[in-house]
Write a protein that binds this ligand. Structure first.
Ligand code: NAD
Length: 489
């Protein structure tokens, strides 16, 4: 049950450097997933709100585009300094609105800071290319230019890191930004806007319009929005990609996942178990790089499963503010209900429920808790093997060989991440060459890439061409202009 405090904070949009009310009348509730308490009300803004923010961003863009790159980079240095200063406070905010453990939230803030550090390298990143004498007395040069107003739409699961994948790099490239954070975790974005302003950002450079699908559609439909960066679930990613591309916009849409971890018989089994437990159950399985399917290869399968179950039994579930806790609540009760349906379905489809996390729900009725759940003897055609459940529910598949494990992975429509646990160089190489996913781990539980590399999902885990972060991010947020000059006149 939600508990509403009388002094519940009512969020506003941030447009042109001012906190403004929505033109609409609808509000959503921001709920602490551990306690059920309503911690804020968030405006479900209208297309009119979006249009105001985009027009404001466009005006700011007209001057910001001409600010020299080193000066733009200095804004990032100042912002980075403030983020470091407020590291702990930001992490606590993540715990409060998202529910994940403080240690994980602290790491998330760090990942976000690294994006700002990457963006601070703008003068080097933004350099063009040139070649003299492409023909007699003729030279050719390439310059980078910003796009204009860029829209960002973000999910609930990384309220700090995902917005920072987007707006620092977009802005340092000379664009202005309109951000629509998840309506389930909008507090962190609000705080980021305050800190960005304190760092010296001009009014109208970063604007925030809170809300849900109306805001998303407003951004897609507005002709002055030149590009959209999206991160969220698969159906919405596909929708945003198709609709925004149909409007002639540049789009990168990062989507859902079903990340397979392959356990080879020669691996250090204790270490593999420990990595899988933290990958599958950290953040309640709500990471796009979470391990959600394990393919156990070979005759030592039963030994692995027994060890995994034992470690899952030892997990402590509770509030993210408790240091001992790894297993935290899922984001909303409605989401947990969907997960419970998946558990029923898994049993109906013939998978063996060897650990039933539903039994641990009762003691924590206030929060959206679900104990660590494990299905064994899952086959690749079962729904629980195919769909993203986004919860502490792990599917174990059995395979005789690495070839067979790779075939299982090929069948998945998703290809965000995948990991192999082994000491066998030949297996590592085969996995590296053949695994059908964009981010691989070799004995690494969460092979998420850092800010200077692309975050590189494949198949239905990504729609678009240029990924977020690294040089891909730079190319996404800039367009190139070629100048060919003749000097013999
Ligand atoms: P979501 O799709 O529900 O929401 C994402 C954004 O889309 C939110 O801002 C939301 O308001 C908006 N939205 C939701 N429904 C919409 C609709 N019908 N029309 C228009 N806009 C809509 O995703 P979520 O639950 O917030 O986040 C979890 C999902 O994000 C998971 O699927 C996870 O795998 C994915 N994710 C992927 C990556 C990646 O790198 N591939 C990273 C983080 C999260």
């Amino acid at each position: 049950m939600s508990v509403v405090n009388n002094d519940t904070q009512v969020l506003k949009n941030y447009v042109g450097g001012k906190w403004v009310d929505t033109a609409g009348e609808k509000f959503g509730e921001v709920i602490n997933p551990s306690t059920g308490e309503v911690i804020a009300k968030v405006p479900l803004s209208t297309k009119e709100d979006v249009a105001n923010a985009v027009e404001t961003a466009q005006k700011t863009f007209e001057t910001w585009r001409n600010v020299p790159a080193p000066k733009r980079a200095r804004l990032m240095f100042a912002f980075q300094h403030l983020l470091v200063k407020h590291h702990e406070e930001l992490a606590k905010l993540v715990v409060q609105e998202n529910g994940k453990a403080f240690k994980e939230a602290y790491g998330e803030v760090q990942r976000g800071i690294e994006c700002v550090e990457f963006a601070a390298g703008a003068p080097t990143l933004l350099m063009g290319e040139s070649l003299n004498n492409i023909a007699e007395e003729i030279d050719s040069e390439m310059f980078r230019f910003p796009l204009g107003v860029v829209g960002g739409i973000t999910p609930f699961n990384f309220p700090m890191m995902v917005p920072l994948w987007m707006f620092p790099l977009a802005i340092v490239c000379g664009n202005a930004f309109v951000l629509k954070p998840s309506e389930r975790t909008p507090l962190l974005a609000t705080r980021l806007a305050e800190l960005f302003t304190e760092a010296g950002a001009p009014d109208g450079l970063l604007n925030i319009v809170h809300g849900a699908h109306d805001v998303v559609n407003g951004l897609i439909e507005h002709e002055k929005v030149k590009a959209i960066s999206f991160v969220g679930s698969q159906p919405v990613a596909k929708y945003v990609y198709e609709q925004a591309a149909a409007q002639g916009k540049r789009v990168q849409a990062l989507s859902g996942a079903k990340n397979h971890h392959v356990v080879m018989p020669d691996c250090d089994m204790d270490k593999a178990v420990s990595h899988i437990i933290s990958s599958a159950y950290g953040s309640a399985g709500q990471r796009c790089m979470a391990c959600s399917a394990v393919v156990v290869v070979g005759e030592k399968g039963d030994e692995f499963v027994a060890k995994l179950k034992q470690k899952a039994d030892e997990l402590i579930m509770g509030s993210g503010f408790d240091d001992e806790v790894l297993l935290t609540p899922v984001i909303r009760k409605e989401h947990r209900d969907k997960v419970l349906d998946y558990i029923e379905l898994g049993m109906k489809e013939g998978a063996e429920l060897i650990r039933d996390g539903r039994k641990e729900m009762d003691e924590h009725m206030e929060g959206n808790f679900l104990g660590a759940t494990i299905f064994d003897r899952v086959t690749p055609d079962m729904t629980i093997a195919k769909e993203e459940i986004f919860a502490p529910v792990l599917s174990l598949l059995r395979a005789d060989t690495l070839d067979e494990a790779l075939r299982y992975m090929e069948k998945s429509r998703f290809g965000n991440g995948a990991t192999i646990y082994t000491k066998d160089a030949k297996a590592v190489r085969q996995f590296r060459e053949e695994a059908d996913a964009g981010m691989l781990g070799i004995n690494v539980g969460v092979p998420a890439t850092m800010a200077f590399f692309p975050f590189s999902g494949w198949k239905d885990s990504f729609y678009g061409d240029l990924h977020v972060n690294g040089k891909d991010g730079l190319n996404f947020f800039t367009r190139k202009k070629m100048v060919t000059s003749r000097f013999d006149f």
